[in-house]
Design a protein around this ligand. Structure first.
Ligand code: GLN
Length: 244
């Protein structure tokens, strides 16, 4: 009788181990993928870019299966707050206002804002020259805030960064304010060949991954994973892949 009991117990334990390992923890990541080289989609429709590689590597390191979905930039923070996603990975600048409603990981990239105009534009040489001009930006971004403070004639906020830049290419807008590394990348693409950046980097900004404030353990795990990847050279490898 005792033997039978032990056998049954062992069976239950084996089954439990099996089901536990089969159901790996999932990390639901949201991103707005029009922000190359941080997040964009390739011809196969896959999410690629520095953020995508980094969050996948961090998830793997911390023992999560990473699943990525497309969410509008202005919908990312609400999605984190309402636990529709666990993490926003979207070139998101760590700001005071956002830090009131979500918790950011430790910073993983230093960026800043830059003005982009058409190459044939003669009168915009810096941010100060945007007074009275038509400015395009992406909705809900730090670039939008900076655009609204520029004293322009109009500010139009688009859902995607690609649309905002296209307005400059088409000449519908005089300038776009966007993150400096994204402008640099865009200038090297066919769409950006008739554009240029003007003036200095406007604002020093740091990117973080955003989490729900209540997800204390996850934030700890992910910060630990980020630190490990920085130490073991994996972060540097990804940096070189996307920025060299
Ligand atoms: N870094 C900027 C922000 O956080 C822009 C991000 C983006 O467009 N993906 O607002």
């Amino acid at each position: 009788m005792k033997k039978l009991f032990v056998l049954a117990l062992l069976g239950i334990m084996a089954f439990a181990t099996f089901t536990c390992s089969a159901a790996q923890k999932v990390l639901r990541v949201g991103t707005e993928p029009t922000f190359a080289p941080f997040e964009f989609t390739n011809e196969q429709g896959e999410f690629v870019g520095f953020d995508m590689d980094l969050i996948r590597a961090m998830g793997k390191e911390a023992g999560y299966k990473v699943e990525i979905q497309n969410i509008g930039f202005d919908g990312l923070i609400p999605a984190v707050q309402s636990n529709i996603i666990d993490c926003a990975a979207s070139g998101m600048t760590i700001t005071e206002a956002r830090s009131k409603v979500v918790t950011f990981s430790n910073p993983y990239y230093t960026a800043g804002l830059l003005v982009m105009v058409r190459k044939d534009n003669k009168d915009i040489k810096s941010y100060a020259d945007l007074k009275g001009k038509n400015i395009a930006c992406q909705i809900g971004t730090t670039g939008e805030n900076k655009s609204r403070a520029a004293g322009g004639k109009s500010v139009t906020a688009y859902n995607t960064n690609v649309e905002a830049c296209m307005e400059v290419v088409n000449g519908t807008a005089d300038a776009v304010i966007n993150d400096a590394p994204v402008v640099a990348f865009y200038l090297k693409t066919p769409a950006g060949k008739n554009c240029k950046s003007v003036g200095d980097i406007l604002e020093a900004e740091e990117y973080g991954f955003a989490f729900n404030k209540n997800n204390v353990q996850l934030i700890k795990d992910m910060n630990k994973a980020l630190a490990t990847l920085k130490k073991n050279g994996e972060y540097d490898k990804l940096y070189a892949k996307w920025f060299n």
